[in-house]
Design a protein around this ligand. Structure first.
Ligand code: SF4
Ligand code: SF4
Length: 350
């Protein structure tokens, strides 16, 4: 229904969703097949919740969404720009760690969910349809919906690249029972012969075009991996302590970035550079929460961030960090943290 679509788009934009597009609920099969192969290859690493996105029996993959909303007809995909100019230089040899661009302001799950809840209520109350939203929280292939509805194209780095904002966008989706007219203007694949992201990735995690092996990806390792970071990847981490933006920073489509307007993303809660000494000195979960509450950094928990900081300290070449690491070992009983700190000491003593 055209009117419904126009109302939804207008209301969504008024809520601060920068761009919204509509697609049918069933994706072309190539997306299901690509995702299925990604899982079969084990490229999802330990993110077992992603298995949920693929049914054991191939022919039932589409049914996952229908099982959540039997009368689902349309998918609304929303993008919000989060780019903000950062003045710090990201020097690889400083004794501070680098936080990924997206993670220094209020957690996007909270910010975008708040908008999507309102849009769902609007659909339910005013347009009498069912609506259910996801922001990286369910079995939905957001980027595929974004690509099929013209929000962007999936680049070789596997990010959805938007014509206005590049890949500095957060995505959220709403499944609805309303039959909305799909957007048909697709953005063509614009990587051409470029290979920058593939060549720049420090661990060669982009194993082929549009396919990232999470086991090798530093973003996965620093955020989602709860255990030991494989020794062979530790040097590649440099001073990244939460996430990795390298395959986005090098992308030519990200050079025309526009500053975000969303106040929650404009407003930085932490710096992109954080002193490794300060991180290793955090001595309780409460202190960690006070320092990082509201940001996506909470996901790594104190243990994950300190583990990553140990590796960054080992890679820093800064001998002044030796006594900091020794003190840290003296204060913890966590065998994973101790092992990472000892690895760091071995690097600095060479
Ligand atoms: S986020 Fe970093 S490690 Fe992961 S694919 Fe991109 S460049 Fe490679
Ligand atoms: S860096 Fe080049 S190949 Fe990679 S996503 Fe951007 S345009 Fe595509």
């Amino acid at each position: 229904v055209k009117d419904h679509k126009n109302h939804i788009l207008a209301y969504g934009r008024a809520l601060g969703l920068d761009q919204l597009c509509i697609s049918p609920i069933d994706l072309p099969y190539l997306y299901y097949n690509a995702f299925d192969n990604w899982i079969k290859n084990g490229y999802h690493a330990n993110m077992s919740y992603l298995n949920d996105r693929v049914d054991e029996k191939e022919c039932h993959k589409k049914d996952i969404i229908h099982s959540r909303m039997p009368k689902a007809q349309s998918m609304i995909t929303a993008a919000v720009n989060y780019y903000r100019q950062d003045s710090e230089t990201l020097s690889p040899n400083s004794n501070s760690g680098i936080i990924s661009r997206y993670a220094v302001s209020r957690d996007y799950h909270k910010v975008i969910s708040k908008k999507l809840i309102k849009l769902c209520r609007f659909i339910e109350n005013e347009l009498k349809g069912n609506a259910r939203f996801y922001v990286d929280t369910g079995p939905i292939m957001e980027k595929a919906y974004g690509e099929t509805s013209g929000l962007g194209f999936i680049g070789k780095n596997s990010m959805l690249i938007n014509g206005d904002f590049g890949s500095w966008i957060f995505l959220g989706v709403i499944i609805t029972s309303l039959d909305l007219e799909p957007d048909v203007h697709h953005l063509p694949f614009r990587c051409g012969s470029c290979q920058r992201c593939i060549n720049a990735c420090p661990t060669k995690a982009i194993v082929k075009e549009k396919t990232v092996n999470s086991n090798l990806c530093l973003s996965y390792q620093t955020i989602e991996n709860r255990g030991t970071i494989p020794v062979e990847l530790r040097k590649s981490l440099g001073n990244l302590i939460f996430g990795c933006d390298i395959c986005q920073e090098v992308c030519p489509h990200n050079c025309r970035e526009k500053p975000c307007v969303e106040k929650d993303f404009k407003n930085r809660l932490v710096d992109r550079h954080i002193s490794l000494i300060e991180i290793l000195a955090i001595d309780s979960d409460q202190a960690f929460t006070e320092r990082f509450k509201g940001t996506p950094i909470m996901r790594a928990k104190r243990r994950g961030l300190q583990r990553n900081a140990c590796i960054a300290a080992g890679n820093s070449g800064d001998k002044l960090l030796i006594h900091v690491l020794k003190e840290f070992i003296g204060k913890t009983r966590d065998h994973i943290l101790i092992e990472h700190a000892q690895w760091a000491l071995a690097q600095l003593n060479i």
